[in-house]
Design a protein around this ligand. Sequence first.
Ligand code: ADP
Ligand code: ADP
Length: 233
Amino acid sequence: ETLIRMRSLCRYYEMGDQQVRALDNIDLTFLRSEYVAIMGPSGSGKSTLMNIIGCLDTPSSGTYDLNGENVADMDDDELARIRNREIGFVFQTFNLLPRLNCLRNVELPLIYAGVDADERQQRALDALQRVGLGDRVSHKPTELSGGQIQRVAIARALINNPSIILADEPTGNLDTATSRDIMAIFSELSDSGNTILLITHEEEIAHYTRRIIRMRDGKIESDSTAQHQSQQG
Ligand code: ADP
Ligand code: ADP
């Protein structure tokens, strides 16, 4: 099932009388449940691509269909609506509030959305259980390891049950063993129907995914799907 389809997608920046081609004629399709790494040198267009996929930015030209809706022409309100419904974000730094426990950190997006307390708590518990932290709900970030904190951040990204998780260097601050754990959690999430797209510069990390897209100068340099599922753990 096709979730994302981009055709002839470009994103230009005007810098004085210069034009930067951050994305140059991108054709990409992502299916539901895919698990994908995006690699490439600094300035190759990774962040720009993720910002567009995440409905934080729109293309200069070309089409972007997300779950059957044409995102390329949406205004800011429509972008915000589709972003809240379809996208969960995970970052290299965890962006948790230090004084709130795990449950409160995870339910935060639902407070902003006006969801009532019982439903918030239930959904936050479900999300924490999905990342294996059902027994840590009352802990604060300072009482957790780096890997556990990143799992809380992933639970928070899951709270609206998004179809897509976008992660920018999600293992950038983690040691090798902990990074593998996080990649295994993403693998489980993709098996259960989430599409996972992550930026990484680490080859070892990229090989835990099932598809590696390499970018250069705003173009797709290569796009390869693993022959068999990569080993986890
Ligand atoms: P990365 O660490 O992913 O390589 P960069 O450090 O290149 O990202 O850029 C970080 C962010 O800064 C980008 O997502 C982009 O929004 C912004 N940015 C990058 N290059 C420029 C630029 N030349 N002018 C203005 N903003 C930029
Ligand atoms: P990456 O994430 O791979 O480092 P980016 O998507 O951040 O690459 O940047 C791609 C190109 O677009 C770079 O040349 C960068 O300088 C430029 N760029 C990114 N954001 C901006 C911006 N806001 N304004 C101007 N140029 C930008």
